[in-house]
Design a protein around this ligand. Structure first.
Ligand code: AMP
Ligand code: GLY
Length: 428
């Protein structure tokens, strides 16, 4: 099969790396890809071509998939899904993996998701949805200002403001609804009660009828150690987590996925792809903070290093509605991913800084360096984004996986490199 992967981050490098191991794949392209992706090879030795088409350039992506006669297109990021890339490809008779526009609303609209969770009894935070600032302030006051104020639409991961007082809540509401800090994405907001507890990521692969739950993972969203500093796309992950044992995970899965699947059926939502609920484990039980409709980044890096199945077979079954025939198999080893970012991220940062030590790091046992923001400049690999690398390593337990990941990080150097030294520490 000829496969097109859309995206350019660490998630997409992990997808390409894993798909390249499939015996079914004869050719693969990635648009636009990155320097690490362009170094991957299929099992046959065939190189993978990165083609410079942006992930949101739907007309050119369609033309490319048609020209190459791609048998399956795999979509990494959320934006093309929200723009309806799946609907577009399907209208032209192309096979594509990911939720269609209606199904992608679980991520592209927090108002939609919140209403859906309430309607179908999915455990979530107490919440209200507003377009009127005065009503929003009054609701925040009823929570004593302890709340999460969320722009409805996609806002590059920045649309959630946490508040612990009425004045903070008022400021957050004004910023989104009145000052329009996120433009039209903030025309409506969701205000949730502020939940305390341990946050974990869940992923389930869906084929429209069946949802297969992954093991747990935990992201580290803040830029600095001890969960300080600004929110980022994610500075590191590990899997599995010790916070839910297998039967608890299955119970949480049922509490969320059963009503979610029933709701999808009732609403005529045909969801093919990954549903990724962000969960808070609260003293009153697990609650969904939000849904994403794609693989997490950097969750994908730890999940796919542990996945033992042929990923192409699973994604293909997710498209065709035959997931019930598959059992996902997970390596019992732990996986830890440490993100190395450009100095200044998530604020402004330099690009084009030379990176050294990648070969030495990749040569360590059970280690894989996934590229995110990298590019090639002559013979040199240079930084080209905020999150630069996802240094990922496996170990028989979390402690040894963590030690292996940091041993690999030690090998890699670029000016201003910034990373957290406490990835997975909460679990140890
Ligand atoms: P979201 O994009 O909705 O996941 O929000 C981004 C981050 O804000 C989450 O990863 C949580 O750390 C935090 N967050 C969101 N909603 C809540 C909430 N209701 N209570 C506490 N923290 C939250
Ligand atoms: N790891 C956070 C996300 O992918 O949204």
């Amino acid at each position: 099969m000829k496969i097109l992967v859309i995206g350019s981050g660490g998630r997409e490098h992990a997808l390409v790396w894993k798909l390249a191991q499939s015996r079914h794949v004869t050719q693969m392209w990635c648009t636009p890809g990155n320097a690490g992706i362009s170094e991957e090879r299929l099992a046959s030795g065939e190189p993978i071509s990165c083609v410079n088409i942006g992930a949101e350039d739907l007309p050119r992506l369609l033309a490319f998939a048609q020209e190459k006669k791609a048998d399956l297109t795999v979509v990494g990021p959320d934006n093309p899904l929200a723009l309806g890339i799946v609907d577009l490809f399907q209208q032209h008779g192309l096979r594509i993996w990911g939720p269609n526009r209606k199904a992608a609303q679980f991520e592209s609209s927090k108002v939609f998701s919140q209403n859906f969770m309430e309607k179908y009894g999915i455990p979530t935070a107490r919440a209200g949805t507003f377009s009127d600032a005065a009503k929003a302030r009054a609701f925040a006051a009823s929570l004593n200002g302890y709340c999460a104020v969320k722009a409805d639409g996609l806002a590059l991961g920045k649309g959630v403001l946490l508040s612990r007082s009425q004045s903070e809540a008022d400021r957050a509401i004004d910023e989104i609804l009145v000052s329009k800090a996120f433009g039209s994405a903030g025309a409506n907001i969701v205000i949730q009660e502020l939940l305390e507890g341990t946050e974990i990521s869940l992923h389930a692969l869906c084929d429209g009828k069946t949802a297969k739950l992954f093991p747990t993972a935990q992201d580290h969203k803040r830029a600095l150690e001890g969960d300080q500093g600004l929110n980022t796309g994610g500075m590191g992950t590990y899997s599995p987590t010790p916070f839910l044992n297998e039967s608890q995970l299955a119970a949480v899965g049922r509490a969320i996925l059963d009503p979610w699947l029933a709701g999808c059926a009732a609403e005529g939502i045909d969801f093919h792809g990954i549903i990724y609920p962000g969960i808070m484990l609260t003293p009153a039980g697990p609650k969904v903070l939000e849904f994403n409709a794609r693989f997490g980044d950097p969750e994908t890096q730890v999940y796919l290093t542990r996945l033992e199945n042929d990923l192409l077979e699973l994604l293909d079954a997710s498209v065709s509605g035959t997931l019930h025939k598959f059992e996902m198999k997970w390596n019992p080893m732990s996986s830890v991913c440490v993100v190395m970012a450009s100095g200044g991220y998530p604020g402004s940062y330099a690009k084009g800084t030379a990176i050294s030590g990648l070969e030495a790091a990749n040569g360590l046992p059970h280690t894989k360096v996934f590229h995110a923001g990298t590019a090639r400049s002559g013979k040199q690999i240079v930084t080209n984004g905020g999150r630069v690398l996802g240094v990922t390593a496996m170990g028989t337990d979390l402690k040894s996986a963590q030690a292996a990941a940091y041993a690999a990080v030690e090998q890699i150097h670029f000016e201003g490199a910034q990373f957290r030294r406490d990835i997975a520490r909460k679990a140890l």
